[in-house]
Design a protein around this ligand. Sequence first.
Ligand code: PLP
Length: 403
Amino acid sequence: MRSLADIRSDFPILAREIAGRPLVYLDNASTTQKPACVIDAVADYYRGHCGNVHRGVHTLSIESTDMLESARARIARFIGARDASEIIFTRNTTESIHLAMHSWARAHLRPGDSVVVSEMEHHSNLLPWQTLARERNVTLRFLPIGARERLDPRDLDRVMDDTTKLVTFTHASNSLGILNPAAELIRAAHDRGALVLLDAAQTIGHMPFDAQELDADFVAFSAHKMHGPAGAGALYGKRAVLDTMEPFIAGGGTIANIDRTGASFLSVPHKFEAGTPDTAGFAGWARAVDYVDEIGTARIHEHAHALAARLLRGLESREGVTVYGPGADEERTGVVSFNVANRSSEDVGRALDARGIAVRAGDHCTALLLRALGLGATVRASFAIYNTEEEVDALLEGVNALL
Ligand SMILES: Cc1ncc(COP(=O)(O)O)c(C=O)c1O
């Protein structure tokens, strides 16, 4: 097993100093840092292989196409898809959710139908459904935060009926570290006749994940949250569902036949990928998948959990600090939210930045969740594989200095 020091040396940015101190990067739920092998994979593509995909007979075009398609196969294998064609490349989780909304929901939902979203959704998994509700006269229903703040499958009984065609929720809360019982929720939604879209932005690459075992119909996720490049994401969809969908952005690379009045489309996944893709980004993502796999998602999850537990125990013992979300011994992710008495979250964030510590301050794009808990904003620390106990202690020291 590689040591933590060894793993840290894979990430060039961790050698940076901020405000004259070593960088302590604890904003991993926003975006993760990239190991040299991922940075090199992106650069190598542009140095040696750059061409456009799916449309050339020359060597660089063929190499680019092979790189894009082998990245698709690698990502499919990583998340446990049945087939590479179930991975549609997008720019990020947000775009993946929009794709499902535009291409599936708009075609399949009728006025009077309902969509269930949870109260803890990131705005990216809320706004598309609000748009659908407005445009199509579809009702948006909210799955409340259950006991101990996790979503509770039994609550689906109260919000679902036979008008409900889709249930969508986040696998893990990006603001509180709550880990939802995804398999049970998905089974319960299926039993009541709805499809499920799982927002896995915070879990894929951070813990073991198996799309077939979970059985969600759609899964949205981003490369940049798991040490891959920004600007690359994917929507996983069950092939039988994807086959019922038409592209929402049509264009070059999506068409089988065209005449003056219309076109027929290629099959899944290419009919959904109009225009020139970020091949370098997807090649970098495939390298990030290898990197994460080499370390192991179980180890990554355990490590982030242990650091979160250390931070929670340290914060809970300090007067003037309030922590939110699941406790140190509960099933949770490596995201910890807290507030310091008489200080705004921005104040705390700026004071920590002056010590070289990067945290996030604000509502974390989950205003509905924070409002349901009577909050406006929190300070959020979130851990990744390269973080250390010393960094947790540096954060605790930084918070202490504000009390
Ligand atoms: C749970 C969750 N969903 C969706 C998103 C949006 O991801 P992206 O910005 O990659 O589209 C995020 C990003 O923070 C997230 O944490």
